[in-house]
Design a binder for this molecule. Structure first.
Ligand SMILES: N[C@@H](CCC(=O)N[C@@H](CS)C(=O)NCC(=O)O)C(=O)O
Length: 218
């Protein structure tokens, strides 16, 4: 039974990072499009899979899992020896990935979400911007990227010289910043810019960005 990914087709959010792991790991999957505007994520059938009523969700041989980063970890572990090795095997190396992944979720993602909400989502919907929330989000993001600049001056990726899940998690939302004219990912420092440009040119991302989330079967 082929793995099913339930999500919208938009690449720059939680469904996108799951689709990226599927691509990096060369895992065949069926994409089940969930129409968020039609509230398909709130139907009793969907809530039985994810009681929070949100995408993405996967079904893998009858096993249901939600939360994008948890799904990515599951896939990276299950298919450890297939495609790009997204999680190192060594105990310490793995801990360094978790360290960088923690910073992504607790700090980076929180700041990016605030900026995207103000500079992209509200603008697209014609809603007034909360300038102080935007300024605070940008200041928080800027402070995190200053530290990323130091980290990335020592190695190619966030947890060492290999691309890992810690880098991959940054595709959840940050690519949307440029849509709102926020070019902080490439203007903060040379090492952050090098790292971000490398992420933005990975073939799996280039394809996903161009095509949206599309299954490989079904
Ligand atoms: N922490 C969750 C967040 C999931 C989430 O916010 N999903 C959004 C789409 S990116 C959603 O389903 N929104 C529709 C809703 O909340 O009703 C994850 O990473 O999977």
């Amino acid at each position: 039974m082929v793995l099913k990914l339930f999500s919208a087709s938009f690449p720059g959010a939680g469904g996108g990072i799951v689709a990226l792991v599927l691509a990096e790991k060369q895992i065949l999957f069926e994409h089940v499009l969930v129409d968020l505007k039609a509230k398909e994520q709130k139907t009793p059938e969907f809530l039985a899979m994810n009681p929070f009523g949100q995408v993405p969700v996967i079904e893998d041989e009858g096993f249901i899992l939600y939360e994008s980063r948890a799904i990515c970890r599951y896939l990276a572990e299950k298919y450890a020896d297939q495609g790009t090795p997204l999680l190192p095997k060594g105990f310490n190396e793995r801990a360094l990935v978790e360290q960088a992944a923690s910073v992504e979720l607790a700090d980076f993602h929180r700041a990016v979400s605030k900026v995207v909400r103000e500079a992209v989502s509200k603008v697209n919907r014609g809603l007034p911007i909360d300038q102080s929330a935007l300024d605070q989000g940008l200041a928080n993001l800027s402070a995190k990227l200053d530290v990323y600049e130091v980290i990335l001056s020592k190695h190619r990726f966030l947890a060492g010289d290999e691309f890992t899940l810690a880098d991959l998690f940054h595709y959840a939302f940050a690519p949307v910043l440029a849509e709102g004219g926020v070019n902080i990912m490439t203007s903060k420092g040379p090492n952050v810019a090098r790292w971000w440009n490398e992420l933005m040119s990975r073939p799996a991302w280039v394809k996903l960005k161009a095509e949206g989330i599309k299954g490989t079967v079904g």
